[in-house]
Write a protein that binds this ligand. Sequence first.
Ligand code: SF4
Length: 435
Amino acid sequence: MKFTTQMDAARKGILTKEMQVVAKKEQIDTQELMKLVAEGKVAIPANKNHTSLDPNGVGFKLKTKINVNLGVSRDSTDLNVELEKVNEAVALGAESIMDLSNHGNTREFRKKLTQECPAIIGTVPIYDAVVYYNKALKDITSQEWIDIARMHAEDGVDFMTIHCGLNRSTAQRFKKNKRLTNIVSRGGSLMFAWMEMTGKENPFYEFYDEVLEICRQYDVTMSLGDACRPGSIADSGDISQIEELVTLGELTKRAWEKDVQVIIEGPGHMPLDQIEANMRIQQTVCHGAPFYVLGPLVTDVAPGYDHITSAIGGAIAATYGASFLCYVTPAEHLRLPTVEDVKEGIIATRIAAHAADIAKGLKGAKDWDYEMSKARKEIDWDRMFELCIDPERAKAYRASSKPEKEDTCSMCGNMCAMKNMNRILEGETISVWNE
Ligand code: SF4
């Protein structure tokens, strides 16, 4: 039997090879996974032209996945550095990479990714349109915006973030209800500016059916962009964001009617106490579609440490329903991240994702922690390093301050509680003082 998208296959009862891979990775029954894909609660972004993909699922009952943003910009044009980031991201366990290139030969890099990279590949066609057409924003036609999305789909990208929820109605509401930091989504701000200058409706909203046909043909997952995501905690949960979310809920249903898979983008900057409610509202309004959050950053005041503000918010968001975390690096708000920044961002986001998986009670999530604590109790350093989320860093820390005795560390030395408790419980006498 033939199928178009993973969702179409699931609805027809066809178990695709991608579903089989995902079910095995997640230790979930294939029939259960198929049902979740059919209902839209899980997306398996897998473009038919992404030949090197090692598929992963995003959504309900699955492990929290993480995305890494990279790509060249006008101020940082070295493709080799971006490729180094890709390799680092894959090696560190990122399931998804978004190529946000907005300068130079973006197509060549994008195609290289879909031919060689096993991670899910996402893009934002709006950025690329400005570079590709090489003309002023206001001169891009509605059809040209759509054509860019088609080109990305042909190139094999697995998901596209498209800001189709920012229509003229939301734009009017946004103008009436002033915000501290306006629209901070790059794609959202470009589309808002285009609508203001041309007086036209957002083409991705106006010609949404055409966009869906493209997605259906190649099996591109729609990542419904949140143009009005808050860029400061002062703007969090305001009327523009909520109105856009309601539109995204309607667009989700229309996508599912055409068997197009959907994920929903979310905030943004958001105080801790609002995150749980925001996740619940999203699940209700968007009918349980997987939620992809950009942070949330729980305070605005920590440039240089925003991988931490984001990991705090991400852990809470994922605990209460988000299934996909976009990493944030320490360079956020300051510059394009270096390879080292990328690494810091990935590790922080992986910690957040894993912490949420424990809290959600996902099958097997706690086993990793159990093994680590067992190795700690046994003071088995090799095993501890094997289990570390970042073994390289852990080894470097230990090596930088050697203890007098191998079975302790320089933190407590002879007062090592782990060691002394093991010994006393085995009936040994411990002196501590003269050992
Ligand atoms: S010395 Fe202290 S910190 Fe180090 S392993 Fe023992 S109990 Fe842990």
